[in-house]
Ligand binder design. Structure first.
Ligand code: TYD
Length: 208
């Protein structure tokens, strides 16, 4: 008997919006419901993913076009990797929860270079799957910056208030123009009520 295909859920948000906490909470919730869950993230652990992390941390310098192309390459690998790629895991009956996906490329690289080019590379690529659900954790860039400041030891290249404001606006444009299933959740309330909303949104598409 073949397992029923899992659901593909993407978590997006500005740096410091609390994605990691909510990802873990959502995975726990779905597992408690008896579902199989696979947590993953972009950039991935591929060679390209490693190069991306170096560039994001400021260790190496890359142009916005180089970054955009590298993210696409990493994302294709993420989909098709035969060991534990997104397609493989969904096909084995796992719900895949992914920390960032093409929305990040459209929002971050799309703010710094030709947006239509970045959009086309991602959206028109036959080997980049469309998620079943995207959950955007919305938080005022000013609060994001405060959280980044207190939590992190390294500053990544996008972690500036003006950049985050531009990126947030871009996210909102993208959600309005793409025909994807997206829910925007305000993360200003406490962690538990945000988690409840995140789980409710996932339950809508993860029916047994
Ligand atoms: P991440 O590891 O999720 O860090 P954080 O916990 O701060 O959100 O993401 C690292 C950075 O990668 C983040 O600044 C956004 C950036 N990024 C892009 O610019 N484009 C992309 O396509 C992806 C997936 C991430």
């Amino acid at each position: 008997m073949t397992a029923e295909r899992g659901r593909f859920i993407v978590m997006e948000g500005l740096d410091g919006s609390g994605k990691t906490t909510q990802l873990v909470r959502l995975a726990k919730h779905l597992r408690e419901r008896g579902r199989k869950v696979y947590l993953t993230a972009e950039p991935t652990v591929s060679t390209t993913g490693g190069m991306l992390r170096d560039a994001l941390g400021g260790v190496t310098r890359k142009t916005p076009c180089e970054l955009a192309a590298m993210f696409v390459l990493d994302r294709i690998f993420h989909n098709v990797n035969p060991v534990n790629g997104i397609n493989k895991m969904l096909g084995s009956g796992y719900d895949v929860i992914c920390d960032r996906y093409y929305y990040s490329s459209l929002a971050y690289q799309g703010s710094e270079t030709d947006f239509e080019w970045v959009r086309a590379m991602n959206i028109n690529c036959p080997e980049i799957r469309r998620p079943d659900l995207c959950i955007f954790l919305d938080l005022d860039p000013e609060i994001c910056m405060k959280r980044i400041g207190s939590d992190r030891t390294t500053t990544e290249i996008y972690e500036k208030k003006e950049t985050l404001e531009r990126v947030r606006a871009r996210y909102m444009d993208i959600f309005a123009q793409l025909d994807d299933n997206v829910i925007v959740i305000d993360t200003a309330p406490d962690i538990d009520s945000v988690a409840a909303e995140v789980c409710r949104a996932a339950d809508e598409i993860c029916r047994d």
